[in-house]
Ligand binder design. Structure first.
Ligand SMILES: [Zn+2]
Length: 226
């Protein structure tokens, strides 16, 4: 598990370098699917003090199997995402400004151009409010379940991000660097969309153009890169 711990440590530090996180407002985890073990940042430890030994290993039921610190308080949300979305190899949660602003506005983040379409297939869904009658399962677990309910009929591999209403983004990827990339791009396209709709509230992007750009990078006939 040492490699995965190093990856998760590096991914957590990358969130800070990319300006997506201040104080301890974010967390990254990754999963070893063969072992069924999740590796996650400990709760409330300053990023500048984090070492690979601080990273916590737990099973999909949340039982800690390695590490002396408490795992991130958002762990149950991460676990629900791993259980429901086999594509997810890593999960990132931040309160990055623009993605969080969309979550607080309670709106799906629309695709307004090719920057968004290169990374995400369609809008980034915003969840409904939590089911406050279901909080007996735990607030963080219900947060994960709200994401999964919103993804009914959607492909989490094509739309690897969710805006949790009144809270912020949860983003995933096939591995930790991929999930970080998606989180950085999400923040950037959320910022662009806010500016775009400020200039022209009626702005939109033809679905044909969205398809061309998404498929150029992700489709079976992807042509982007070497
Ligand atoms: Zn949060």
């Amino acid at each position: 598990m040492h490699n995965l711990k190093e990856q998760v440590l590096e991914a957590n530090l990358e969130l800070v370098r990319r300006g997506l996180v201040i104080y301890t407002w974010g967390n990254v985890s990754a999963i070893d699917r063969a072992k069924g073990l999740v590796v996650i940042k400990p709760s409330g430890v300053k990023y500048e003090c984090l070492t690979a030994d601080d990273i916590v290993v737990l099973d999909l039921e949340g039982k800690v199997v390695e590490g002396r610190l408490k795992p991130s308080s958002d762990t149950p949300t991460h676990l629900e995402i791993y259980k429901a979305f086999p594509y997810a190899g890593a999960v990132v949660h931040t309160h990055s400004t623009y993605a969080t602003a969309w979550a607080q506005a309670g709106l799906d983040l629309p695709c307004l151009g090719t920057t968004h379409a290169d990374c995400f297939h369609g809008p980034i869904p915003c969840t409904d409010s939590l089911d406050f009658n279901a909080l007996a399962v735990g607030y963080e677990k219900e947060t994960g379940l709200a994401i999964i309910r919103r993804f009914e009929g959607l492909d989490p591999a094509e739309t690897p991000a969710a805006l949790v209403r009144n809270h912020g983004p949860f983003v995933w990827g096939k591995d930790a660097p991929g999930a970080i990339y998606n989180a950085v791009v999400l923040e950037e396209v959320a910022r662009m969309a806010a500016i775009t709709l400020g200039i022209n509230p009626a702005a939109g992007c033809p679905s044909e153009l969205q398809e061309i750009h998404y498929m150029r990078k992700h489709g079976p006939k992807a042509t982007y890169g070497q």
